[in-house]
Design a protein around this ligand. Structure first.
Ligand code: IVH
Length: 702
């Protein structure tokens, strides 16, 4: 249990004035997060439920009174003091790529056809409404419901079995011979039921939910299943996780099986034979949207045949064989109060519209992105007019919509309502944060601050990126703490984070921090000193070097030593360009960053604090391709270049685009030209498609 005086110390702020809300919130959050993880880990809670709830109330109070964001109050799984235990999904729960128009759908279909080398074959898609609820995974063993888990982060969700069992649409038993069956689908609330439920809650003086999705999520995450049982929750099945054997061969087949097992499936699901039929079905759903009793935010298209789905496989978090065609979201009108400029990590100036708060599709919106100067003036990136060329001015009445239902955007301006004396917005030519000149490079839509790390906004954004989830992800060191430490001058560059302990005494005596949270902070910083190469590269926040590119670089170069050797080498440009997935823009950005003496010192100082781990090729396949450099040239008859590449990489090969003496194998199909010739000259092993297929099958090819 935690020291009582430490808690009383904090509870004293419930009454009195809070001088340093930022620091206090850091302290409250640290305790809440520790308490929650202690609770989840099992038998050793550090505080009782009442104290937890009291702290949480204080966190929310600081949030609302001081315009800050509490990490603990917004953390998934932290909404109740009881918490739910975690369940690791047997197969990850993925998300879907989005499509916004017919062109995106045509691209999706073309991509699949190219990948599968099926340019003209008939391909069936299964189209079903995308319900706006929350996904749930139900695991049945020997026909019996064993557990229900929320999506969580996709890898690990929360155990909500008791609550899920109260939903009438979820059978407790299913008639099947199959040992393990995992059904995935959406928990949701119908609009009518939601309105009734909110009415009751309002009368009882309780907080009402903003939309059916929030109401469904809140209802499923109740501590007491008796409460969940009274909520009008529904469940619709649309996918599966682990299956010990596979009883269906297509998505439409699965849909029938789900029904046989007693699940609801969407009545608007339909098999479509081509993209024209997909488009017709989309229009049909769009027209009848308001008659559908639940909220939907898109139509999901899935390639029907499972054998083809399997060949296509997955990107990191989305399947290649499915896409969500978004429905247009609803819009609302409000007044534009001001245009502010925010500076991003790479110095880009982003104009933000400050709006008179308005509800759009159930969510209150008070900011919207304005993208760039041209957008405000009424032009797109190609100089074509948007909004018929109408510009946006402070004071205008604007129409707001939520694109893809997340980021609010401005759809239009009501010129007829424009007040007198409004002025055209002028983009600043000096950075509002550091005063450095602002430039707009040839062919670019964005204005950039030239201050680099001199610009506090860029430095802070870079540091925030450095500690973000996919980068160093340091527990207890989030955006808020970065701003605070930067303000004090303690953390100016990433390496300073690893020297923060020189301020231990000062920190322990800072309001809002205590011995315990300081100790935890240093422990989490020490924990990340060992870092894989790809995460390290990504964390540097180099322009154009995202997570995927960092991964590609690491898989090919494996170690930091090798990476540095190549980047400092005379032929760095050529060597880097040879890496598949690394284009000229990335190469230029990498080289200019590492050649810039200021940046280089920052990186070298950081390296001195870390142990950077090698990245091995993905999996040990036992294949002759493992760890080898393979180049494809010419066409393959039964497979596209993309599929061939993905499959070779799956066996541990590094696929490169040019032949050199470092190449191990060249796979040459008909039409192979100079690369095959060069391979022969260099005496490399050249495989034809037949031999390549033998390698894929794990057979000897000679
Ligand atoms: S399929 C591997 N089908 O959308 C694909 N998802 O953005 C797994 N959703 O987390 C998802 N309706 O919560 C699929 N008919 C449908 C869906 C659907 C709603 C949700 C689901 C998922 C999210 C993906």
């Amino acid at each position: 249990m935690i020291d009582r005086t430490q808690l009383e110390d904090i509870f004293a702020f419930e009454q009195g004035e809070i001088n340093n809300p930022n620091a206090l919130l850091v302290r409250v959050d640290a305790l809440l997060i520790e308490a929650l993880s202690a609770y989840h880990d099992g038998d050793d809670p550090i505080m009782n439920d009442d104290d937890y709830d009291r702290l949480m109330r204080l966190a929310k109070h600081i949030e609302s009174d001081h315009g800050l964001k509490s990490k603990a109050a917004n953390q998934v799984g932290a909404r109740s003091s009881k918490g739910f235990s975690k369940i690791r999904h047997a197969r990850p729960m993925l998300s879907l790529a989005n499509a916004f128009n017919e062109e995106d759908i045509a691209d999706f279909d073309r991509y699949i056809r190219d990948f599968l080398s099926l340019p003209d074959a008939p391909l069936t898609y299964f189209a079903e409404p995308k319900i706006d609820g929350l996904s749930l995974s139900l695991r049945y063993e020997s026909g019996e419901l064993i557990y229900a888990a929320t999506r969580g982060d996709g890898e690990e969700g929360e155990d909500v079995t008791h609550n899920a069992k109260t939903i009438a649409d979820i059978p407790h038993k299913i008639a099947t011979e199959i040992d393990v069956v995992e059904i995935r689908g959406e928990v949701y609330m119908e609009r009518g039921a939601f309105a009734d439920f909110n009415e009751v809650e309002k009368k009882a003086g309780r907080k009402i939910a903003a939309n059916p999705r929030n109401a469904a999520a809140g209802s499923l995450r109740q501590i007491d299943p008796n409460v969940t049982a009274k909520r009008p929750l529904r469940f619709m099945a649309y996918a599966w996780g682990e299956m010990s054997s596979m009883p269906f061969v297509s998505q439409s087949d699965a849909n029938l099986a789900f029904r046989d097992w007693g699940f609801q499936t969407d009545k608007l699901a339909k098999s479509c034979e081509n993209i024209t039929e997909l488009s017709e079905h989309y229009q049909h759903i769009l027209t009848h949207r308001s008659d559908i009793p639940y909220d939907i935010d898109g139509v999901v298209y899935k390639l029907d045949a499972l054998d083809l789905q399997k060949r296509l496989g997955f990107r990191s978090t989305t399947p290649r064989w499915a896409i969500a065609h978004k429905l247009p979201s609803e819009s609302a009108f409000t007044r534009l109060l001001a245009i502010d400029i925010q500076i991003g990590r790479t110095g880009a100036l982003s104009p933000v519209a400050r709006l008179d708060p308005v509800t759009v599709g159930g969510v209150v919106v008070s900011n919207a992105t304005l993208h760039n100067a041209d957008y405000i003036l009424g032009f797109d990136s190609k100089g074509k007019p948007i909004r018929d060329g109408r510009d946006i001015r402070v004071g205008d009445l604007v129409e707001i919509y939520r694109a893809g239902d997340v980021i609010p955007k401005i759809k239009d301006v009501l010129i007829a309502e424009r007040p007198e004396n409004t002025v055209v917005f002028e983009f600043p030519n000096a950075c509002p944060e550091c005063g450095s000149p602002v430039v707009r490079e040839e062919g670019e839509a964005v204005h950039r601050c030239t201050g680099g790390l001199v610009c506090p906004a860029q430095a802070v954004e870079g540091l925030k990126h450095f500690v973000s989830r996919d980068a160093f992800n340091i527990d207890g060191l989030g955006a808020k703490q970065i701003e605070y430490f930067y303000g004090l001058g303690w953390v100016k560059t990433p390496s300073d984070i690893f020297n923060l302990s020189i301020y231990r005494d000062k920190l322990e005596n800072t309001e809002g921090f205590g011995k315990l949270s300081v100790q935890n902070l240093f422990a989490s910083i020490d924990m990340v000193r060992e870092v894989p190469l790809d995460r390290f590269l990504f964390s540097l926040g180099i322009r154009h070097v995202g997570a995927g590119t960092s991964r590609d670089l690491s898989l090919h170069l494996n170690s930091l030593d090798n990476f540095i050797k190549i980047i400092d080498g005379e032929d760095s440009q050529e060597r880097l360009s040879n890496i598949d997935g690394v284009g000229p823009v990335v190469v230029k950005s990498l080289i200019s960053t590492f050649q810039n003496p200021v940046q280089r010192k920052i990186i070298d100082d950081l390296i001195a604090q870390l142990q950077i781990l090698d990245v091995e090729p993905l999996q040990s396949s036992g294949s002759v391709f493992e760890g080898k450099i393979v180049v494809f040239t010419g066409n393959l008859e039964n497979m596209s270049r993309s599929e061939a590449k993905v499959r070779a990489e799956g066996l541990g090969a590094k696929v490169s685009s040019s032949v050199s003496s470092k190449t191990d194998f060249v796979v040459a199909g008909p039409g192979a030209g100079s690369k095959a010739k060069k391979a022969l000259e260099l005496g490399l092993i050249v495989l034809d498609e037949e031999k390549f297929n033998l390698v894929l099958d794990g057979q000897p090819f000679e």
